[in-house]
Design a protein. Structure first.
Length: 270
């Protein structure tokens, strides 16, 4: 059996957490990542029948019963993931309809998965119904997107169009747009359910005055979605107080649709 520390999925998880911290998206213990894995991937690096302990999840996710997830831990700092992945990450298998999780590796200090685990799992379940290839959910606190929620209307269409107009690539990278939730108490099933509902129509969900949820088929896609939206928000925050002289028009965005074979969210362009 191979050493799990050499597993490509673990190496990429560590790299992603490190990059997110370096970008300033995950201060202190802010933010979390969950990566769904197949049993074949897990079996190559560990004994799926060797359960270290069982952790109640506090929710039900029957659609994810038997699924494996590599996930960041509660109270863990992203800056430390690269130095002690076995402490800051855990590999779990959902059982009993998702009400419990078997810890197969990690959290060696007695820790457990992120407090946002229910929100992650609910979002995984929602995205899998839209795209069966979805494997990643990320939560972080990108500075400019967070700042934007203080000065921009939270109307999803308006928020999306503003981001699309900031960078030519935005409509190409996230043609499904950005969904937005008003401020809600974090770490609850309620915000998890609301986020999962929003995940049915977009891979990016902004939590006003808090941060962002992103989903993707792999860590690169989810990271890239967030990175692109955050760059657009940064540009917006630099120019929001200035007279707007030029912009990317709807006609030009339609040209981008044709050039890159994407389709903007229905009703978002004239």
């Amino acid at each position: 059996m191979k050493d799990i520390l050499t597993a490509p999925f673990l190496i990429e998880m560590v790299r992603t957490a490190t990059n997110m911290y370096a970008h300033g998206w995950d201060e202190r213990n802010g933010g979390n990542i969950s990566l769904m894995l197949s049993e074949d991937e897990v079996k190559e690096y560990g004994d799926v029948k060797r359960v270290l302990r069982t952790i109640p999840t506090g929710f039900s996710a029957p659609d994810l019963d038997g699924k494996y997830f590599l996930v960041t831990g509660t109270g863990k700092y992203f800056k430390n993931v690269q130095y002690a992945p076995d402490v800051n990450l855990g590999l779990v298998k959902l059982i009993d309809g998702g009400t419990n999780a078997q810890l197969l590796w990690g959290f060696t200090d007695g820790g457990k998965f992120t407090s946002e685990f229910p929100a992650h799992m609910m979002s995984h379940a929602a995205r899998l119904k839209v795209n069966p290839a979805n494997r990643v959910v990320m939560h972080c606190h990108p500075t400019n997107l967070l700042a934007m929620t203080y000065v921009h209307t939270l109307d999803e269409k308006a928020f999306t169009r503003t981001l699309w107009q900031m960078c030519t690539e935005c409509i190409v990278v996230f043609p499904d747009g950005v969904n937005v939730l008003p401020w809600m108490l974090c770490g609850t099933n309620e915000i998890g359910e609301a986020t999962a509902e929003k995940m049915k129509t977009a891979r990016l969900v902004v939590w006003a005055q808090h941060g962002l949820y992103g989903a993707g088929v792999d860590l690169d896609e989810a990271f890239g979605l967030i990175e692109t939206a955050e760059k657009a928000a940064e540009i917006y925050m630099k120019i929001a107080h200035l007279p707007l002289v030029n912009t990317i028009t709807d006609e030009e965005m339609h040209l981008l649709e044709g050039r890159f074979g994407v389709k903007a969210r229905e009703g978002y362009l004239s």
